[in-house]
Design a protein around this ligand. Structure first.
Ligand code: SAM
Length: 338
């Protein structure tokens, strides 16, 4: 009997090494030093980033293998993908999510078995921290900014597709609950010229949102509101959105939040969700399955199928619920109050 091909297993043995190599190169500032087409040799870069020359050369060669750097006559330079997404000062940078992954998620995933055994996140075991999940992200100015920059980078990739998934042209005021840096509100204002929007988030996040929204061409149509969506009254809106919020929380908190949203909406108002939707039989997509495990290690929540979203939304009172795959990292669900 012939043995099955071991390639998938060998690939998975090595998969984390590829992620970690990219995380380390971003954390060391390699791609920042190579900004704008600059080409540098390993010894020069090693001096600049304060690294061991041999160790850095191996990392740089690995990044060439990963398709992030080019190497010519011993000098390394950014390939376009690194220049756009891995440089910290690039407007489309994903470095926030990478640095947050490097510091927080990588360590939390190190305790995945415990999360699976107990069905609970790993903040206490990994970082000796207990308490509400967002306290961890907001424990220091640096971790707050890193987390929000991470949300922003991913949001820039997803939000334009999420707001285009349904025709939202009939709505007048969108309030994005837990809207972080305002990327969804900005994308919605860009697509729907008569829409006004508000970003509602915790006071610590709103401080940062003010900077991001201030730089957006739609700043004069976007209000910033500090508040707690579980405790405070919700602002007026005929369209609410919840982007990557329902997947953070336990079932009873989701019910509470959806009931508040439903009660606040006028008839004909709606709720837009931005989440990764699992296939009906939970066999994919792989990114959503991995995100659900990610939620297990770092939150109270999980990813859901469209049928599961329909069930919680209908329970809250919404009548028509539709889901759309966007092709972007986040999908969209629209629930309307009749
Ligand atoms: C996973 S992030 C998603 C951010 C954003 N919606 C996005 O998709 O990029 C969760 C957001 O919810 C906010 N948040 C957490 N608890 C909150 C609360 N009780 N009230 C308001 N916002 C809250 C966090 O500050 C954070 O910005």
């Amino acid at each position: 009997m012939t043995s099955p091909d071991p390639t998938p297993v060998i690939d998975l043995i090595e998969a984390f090494r590829r992620s970690k190599a990219m995380f380390a190169a971003v954390a060391l500032g390699v791609f920042d030093r190579l900004e704008g087409g600059r080409a540098l040799e390993a010894t020069v870069l090693a001096r600049q980033v304060g690294a061991n020359p041999d160790g850095l050369e191996r990392l740089l060669d690995a990044c060439v293998g990963l398709g992030l750097l080019a190497k010519e006559k011993g000098a390394y330079s950014n390939l376009p993908v690194a220049e756009t997404y891995l440089r910290r000062s690039s407007p489309r940078t994903l470095s926030g999510y990478i640095l947050y992954s490097n510091k927080a998620l990588y360590a939390l995933w190190g305790n995945l078995e415990g999360a699976v055994r107990e069905g609970k996140h790993r903040w206490p075991e990994t970082f000796q921290m207990d308490g509400p999940i967002f306290d961890h992200f907001f424990q220091s100015e640096e971790s707050k900014r890193q987390f929000l920059a991470g949300m922003h980078g991913y949001g820039l990739v997803s939000s334009p597709s999420v707001v285009a998934a349904f025709d939202l042209g009939r709505f007048r005021r969108l309030v994005d609950l837990g809207g972080a840096t305002g990327h969804l509100a900005t994308a919605a204002c860009e697509r729907y010229p008569s829409l006004r929007a508000a970003v509602f988030d915790l006071p610590a996040a709103i401080e940062v949102a003010r900077e991001y929204v201030g730089r957006s061409p739609y700043a004069d149509r976007i209000e910033l509101i500090a508040g707690d969506f579980f405790r405070d009254p919700l602002p007026e809106a005929d369209l609410f959105s919840l982007g990557r919020i329902l997947h953070d929380w336990a079932e009873e908190k989701i019910r509470l939040l959806l009931a508040k949203v439903y009660a606040k909406l006028p008839r004909g108002g709606a709720l837009l969700l931005a989440e990764r939707i699992l296939d009906d039989d939970k066999s994919g997509p792989l990114s959503a399955l991995m995100q659900s495990l990610n939620m297990l290690v770092c939150t109270e929540g999980k990813e859901r199928t469209l049928a599961e979203y329909v069930a919680v939304l209908k329970e809250a009172g919404f009548t028509s619920v539709e889901g759309r795959r966007t092709g972007a990292p986040l999908d969209a669900v629209l629930a309307v109050k009749a």
